[in-house]
Design a protein around this ligand. Structure first.
Ligand code: NAD
Ligand code: GLY
Length: 375
């Protein structure tokens, strides 16, 4: 007798509330096969394009294509090479060429199947092709599931900087299968975990405490726990996006740890650290700055840094970078207003404040860096 597959645990739906542009985020384990019925029902599509890369395509492309075909959708597939260096105009052009050649129309959605690179590039292709066609995000990295697939920031890199070409353009649907994380390299899982910890630090002390308690189970990819944790991160991101879709002000709390993290990434030529690892260094730094300035208790700083270290993440700026170079990297990365950078500080878990600092003030704190140990 054929063995029956265990029923998938119930999925969770979170809504991003943006009035007529609202959309659901469906989070579960084994949900990938729902893409066909969802696209057919929600987007009323008879054709769909799937954009992915060779790694994710090989792992999950067939499941997604079969589900779409079984729901009556003809499928057009496009692959772009893997890697941040391919999040560029050439790859975007490849997507445009293929979809236009296949006569994709404004009723045919594009499905972004992959991590943040695929999601950002596909979202931008959808925003610009035929003046805007619907798209769905099917994120397969932890970072993409808890952050980049939600909120409509889309774009590509330019030789003079990351994400310099882009648009705010919301997806019509986000479908998250936490089961896809089973194949993600451990280092990528940990880099994504930084964004999860970030939500706990800036918005949700209960989530932070849960991560502290269940860190080992999260890293071991316990599927029910992952579903709940990813869903909570999506709720928090949905709340922030609904309040400030285009980052007029409030949404920039999500940049906690990113100002310095981006500078460290660019000073190490995007080679030494994954994005999440650089953000872990940036978060540890933002906590130190908050403590030195008297906004945040030392015990809170130590508690967060301890969790980052337990997760095997880097927390120290390489000593060679703690000077003028750091100041100029911060200046060239961020929009400065009257010579100051908007910097996200922490007062206590769940409570942030914005500070406007010169890059020299930031670099001066880096120079008096408290030794937090680690590596
Ligand atoms: P990524 O897309 O490069 O994916 C990381 C690696 O994992 C890649 O090699 C990819 O092929 C592989 N991969 C993906 N899913 C897999 C799976 N399930 N199993 C095995 N391998 C898998 O990196 P990322 O961290 O997901 O995204 C980084 C990008 O996201 C950056 O370009 C960044 O600018 C962007 N980003 C965007 C936002 C936003 O709000 N739009 C937010 C944060 C980051
Ligand atoms: N990743 C930060 C944001 O979406 O605003």
């Amino acid at each position: 007798m054929k063995k029956r597959a265990a029923p998938a645990a119930a999925s969770i739906t979170v809504t991003v509330d943006l009035h007529e542009r609202s959309y659901p985020i469906i989070i579960g384990h084994g949900t990938l096969e729902q893409i066909g019925p969802l696209v057919a029902a929600k987007l009323k599509a008879r054709r769909a394009a799937v954009v992915t890369n060779p790694i994710v395509g090989k792992l999950y492309g067939r499941r997604v294509a079969t589900s779409l075909q079984q729901a009556g959708c003809e499928v057009v597939s496009v692959q772009i090479p893997d890697g941040e260096e391919h999040k560029n105009l050439a790859s975007l052009s490849r997507v445009y060429d293929r979809l236009l050649r296949q006569r994709i129309d404004r009723d045919s959605p594009i499905i972004a199947l992959g991590g943040g690179i695929i999601g950002d590039l596909t979202g931008f292709a959808a925003a610009t092709l035929l003046r805007g066609i619907p798209y769905a995000q099917v994120p397969t990295t932890l970072l993409a599931q808890v952050d980049s697939s939600v909120g409509g920031k889309t774009g590509i890199n330019h030789p003079s900087g990351k994400n310099l070409i882009g648009a705010f353009y919301q997806p019509r649907l986000v479908l998250i299968d936490v089961g896809t994380l089973q194949t993600l390299p451990r280092r990528e899982v940990l880099a994504g975990l930084v964004e999860v910890i970030k939500y706990g630090v800036i918005l949700d002390p209960n989530l932070f405490a849960l991560i502290e308690r269940d860190l080992d189970r999260i890293i071991a990819l316990d599927s029910d726990l992952l579903r709940d944790v990813v869903a909570q991160c999506c709720r928090l991101k949905a709340m922030v996006v609904a309040r400030d879709e285009r980052e007029a002000d409030y949404r920039s709390i999500l940049n906690f740890g990113h100002t310095l993290g981006h500078a460290v990434e660019s000073l190490t030529a995007y080679k030494r650290y994954l994005h999440g690892e650089a953000v872990a260094i940036g978060m540890a730094f933002a906590l130190q700055l908050s403590t030195i300035r008297g906004y945040c208790e030392r015990a809170t700083m130590q508690r967060v840094i301890e969790l980052l270290k337990r997760a095997g993440l880097p927390v120290e700026i390489p000593p060679k970078l703690r000077g003028e170079q750091l100041a100029s990297a911060i200046e060239s990365d961020k929009k400065m207003a009257s010579g100051k950078v908007k910097f996200v500080c922490l007062e206590r878990l769940g409570q942030t404040r914005f500070e406007y600092l010169t890059s020299e003030e930031i670099a001066a704190v880096a120079a008096q860096y408290i030794n937090v140990g680690g590596q």
